[in-house]
Design a protein around this ligand. Structure first.
Ligand SMILES: *Cc1c(COP(=O)(O)O)cnc(C)c1O
Length: 418
């Protein structure tokens, strides 16, 4: 479908009804063993291991349909499926690194990405250096002869800094480094990584692509040059995904555009509402003109999804609990990208080393779901009533009772949660 626009690609890519009795959706192939009609045919298939399905782990027509659809949508060459977003990140990072290499990772990266770099890659002799997400072209000063990978995530999924992707990617490429980017927040619809110098665009398809909070799935969309090393790493690691989850990814993809539009609309309405509450210091959402990343976001992005954060003025853990615990429509939990609204206290201080996160009050991340926007705001409004009652009752927060301070830790960081 040359020249088709994204919503048309979303609707038709990866389908071939008349290969399957005219049935609209591709079948779910459950496979381990793949049979060949002769030894010669088996040997012929083995001769092209990354092209031919000779075993279930190498993929199925179902995973190929998803890969084809996402690669077409994002403008990549081909894609590789993984069992989770983190598996995709780990596979892509490993594809391009060896002992003695140096990699640059944004300080705003998803926590488990950092832990993979610091705990696994470092153990295999890769020097991991974190950089200020706002560094832009200044990244050139950090690049060494042995720098193999520059890793981006924009905006960061806790702190929402928008990176200057083209400037960082240009500096990385000029030095011969590979540019990997976590594009989960924007999805292939709202940021086009291959137009901005990225080599591998990684998605936690678990989030918006699946879109219904019911499957784990990862995708690595690659340029032509990056595809073979990524596919090779995936094959060596045994990276693959369950067929039903792959199918849920394909199914979610069809409605991605309409869902995202609505998530973004709700997020903007909620973010504007939060911004005028006196207990709120600021809202972190690049679609708002007040956001420091707004200019870059407008330059490079085609839209904003439903995830944002609210920086509160200092207040006690008890007051935050009074706000959040009884909310009817916002579930407390990890992840995002499903149809439902979610809330999560986040602690960027735990996940930083190149930059500081000094805000004294709590940072709360919200995912705007597909509920009625007025109902969401009414729920939050009741929550702020409880917050104010708790603050009125209570004394000034003691230093060690403030949520921000209580979670400042020393030493090896990182609980085993996501
Ligand atoms: C959730 C998430 C991941 C990891 O995806 P999983 O499928 O949960 O492993 C990676 N990056 C970002 C930005 C995420 O939010």
């Amino acid at each position: 479908m040359t020249d088709a626009r994204p919503e048309t690609i979303l609707t038709h890519a990866g389908t071939a009804p008349f290969d399957h009795h005219g049935i609209v959706n591709p079948p779910v192939y459950h496979a381990s063993t793949v049979l060949f009609p002769s030894v010669a045919a088996l040997e012929a298939a083995d001769a092209t291991p990354f092209e031919t399905i000779n075993y279930g782990r190498m993929g199925t027509p179902t995973s190929q349909a998803l890969e084809q659809a996402v690669a077409e949508l994002e403008g990549g060459f081909r894609a590789v499926t993984a069992a989770s977003g983190l598996a995709a990140i780990a596979t892509a990072l490993t594809a391009f690194t060896k002992a003695g290499d140096h990699i640059l990772v944004t300080d705003s990266a998803y926590g488990p990405t950092r832990r993979f770099c610091s705990e696994v890659l470092a153990r295999f002799g890769v020097a991991v250096e974190y950089y200020d997400p706002l560094i832009g072209a200044g990244i050139a000063a950090l690049i060494r002869p042995e720098t193999r990978v520059v890793y981006l995530e924009s905006p960061g999924s806790l702190t929402f800094e928008v990176q200057d992707v083209p400037a960082i990617a240009a500096a990385a490429r000029a030095a011969g480094a590979v540019v990997l980017m976590d594009n989960t927040w924007a999805t292939p619809l709202y940021f086009r990584p291959f137009d901005h110098g990225v080599d591998v665009s990684i998605h936690a398809a678990t989030k918006y692509i699946v879109g219904h909070s019911d499957a784990m799935l990862g995708l690595m969309v690659c340029t032509e040059a990056a595809w073979e090393p990524v596919k090779r790493a995936a094959v060596r690691f045994g990276t693959c995904a369950g067929p039903d989850d792959v199918y849920l990814g394909l199914r979610g993809l069809r409605t991605l555009a309409v869902r995202l539009r609505r998530h973004g609309q709700a997020a903007l309405a909620l973010a504007d509402w939060f911004s005028v509450q006196p207990e709120v210091e600021r809202v972190l959402y690049p679609a708002r003109p007040e956001d420091p990343g707004h200019g870059l976001w407008r330059r490079d992005f085609g839209g904003a999804s439903g995830l944002f954060a609210v920086q509160f003025r200092p207040c006690s853990r008890r007051a935050v609990a009074a706000l959040l615990d009884p909310l009817d429509l916002f579930g407390i939990g990890y992840s995002w990208g499903g149809f439902e609204s979610l809330v999560l206290p986040v602690h960027p201080r735990r996940h930083r080393s190149a930059t500081r996160w000094d805000a004294p009050g709590p940072l709360i991340r919200f995912h705007a779901g597909l509920e009625d926007i007025d109902d969401l705001i009414a729920d939050l409004d009741r929550g702020f009533g409880r917050l104010r009652a708790a603050l009125d009752e209570g004394e000034e927060p003691k230093e060690n009772e403030s949520v921000g301070a209580a979670h400042t830790r020393k030493g090896p960081v990182g609980p085993l949660n996501p």
